[in-house]
Design a protein around this ligand. Structure first.
Ligand code: IMP
Ligand code: MG
Length: 182
């Protein structure tokens, strides 16, 4: 495996991810059968989950991407959200699904949901691959959750630590010494 020297533990394998992504996509296909939702991926962490999931959703969907920053390159949120790249699609009157890699404190998704509702989206639901419930700071309703994970910093399947490890196929925890390095 790529970068395997840095990996301490595989938390979720690519086979388990694929099975769960299929289940969520089937659920979305059923829930939105009378709609053509606008699916917004949160860059960069959600890109692989988004790409895999949209291809399994059997609906006529539109896709767009947004990029926000709340982490200053470390392992915990700064609490301050900056919009780095906006969507280019008009979301007014649309059923929107925001696709995230992981919900930690919940501040990023709270910010995005409020912004999209202010822009008159007809509905805003959230699909996240991972959730760390023990870290939640804001109370946010999440309709689709892939897996609940413990309070460990994870990488792979799109998620990074200081921009590394995004292309690992499994979701992994790194060795302590990697997080300590500058
Ligand atoms: P929140 O605003 O605290 O919920 O932070 C959510 C964002 O933080 C996610 O979209 C991720 O980009 C990032 N994040 C939180 N936990 C992790 C992790 O364990 N690994 C990688 N990124 C994470
Ligand atoms: Mg993210």
């Amino acid at each position: 495996m790529k970068n395997c020297i840095s990996v301490k533990e595989i938390l979720i394998t690519s086979t388990e991810i694929d099975k769960r992504v299929t289940e969520i996509a089937n659920q979305i296909t059923a829930d939105y059968k009378d709609s053509s939702p606008l699916i917004i991926g949160v860059l960069k962490g959600a890109w692989i989950f988004m790409a895999d999931m949209v291809r399994k959703i059997e609906l006529d969907v539109d896709v767009d991407f947004i990029c926000v920053s709340s982490y200053g390159g470390g392992t915990s949120t700064s609490g301050q959200i900056t919009l780095l790249k906006d969507i280019t699609t008009d979301c007014s009157g649309r059923d929107v699904i925001v696709v995230e890699d992981i919900i930690d404190s919940g501040t990023t998704l709270m910010y995005l949901r409020e912004m999209l509702l202010e822009r008159n989206a007809a509905s805003v639901n959230i699909a996240t691959l991972l959730s760390k419930p023990s870290r939640r700071v804001v109370d946010i309703d999440v309709k689709y959750i892939g897996f609940e994970v413990p309070d460990k910093f994870v990488v792979g399947y799109g998620m990074d630590y200081k921009e590394r490890f995004r292309t690992l196929q499994d979701i992994c925890v790194l060795k302590e010494e990697v997080y300590k390095k500058k």
